[in-house]
Write a protein that binds this ligand. Sequence first.
Ligand SMILES: [Zn+2]
Length: 147
Amino acid sequence: MYKVTKQILFCYGHRLLNYSGKCRYLHGHNGKVEIELQAERLDRRGMVVDFNDIQRAVKGWIDQQLDHRMLLNRKDPLLLMIRKAGEPLYVMEENPTAEAIARLIFEYAQSQGFPVTEVRLWETEHSFATFSQRQATISRHNVRRKV
Ligand SMILES: [Zn+2]
């Protein structure tokens, strides 16, 4: 099995409803998404997928839809106010957690025909969430570097 991973950096704002931690307030993250693609055989160029093709398709979509935007739950009472102010928004059906954003990007990459197997969304340097179809699971990890 061959596997390639593409990293894409983007900035986003969000806040979480029904949550007591700091993410209940409007704030932003420097996010990093890792898109993992797999194939049992290489194409005629000897590749799983051309990195440039993922860059063009998925980074292009992220730049347009998510980068420097406020990602908000459809039920967020601030939605109307932020929309009225003309601020860039991306409305989600659920809380805009790292898990939900990983799934969103996974589903977009898949809809574009890429053989995506896993998407990891790093919300901070130490924490990422994974959406993977292979196991049909969402998981959350905290990574602590050894000092
Ligand atoms: Zn947050």
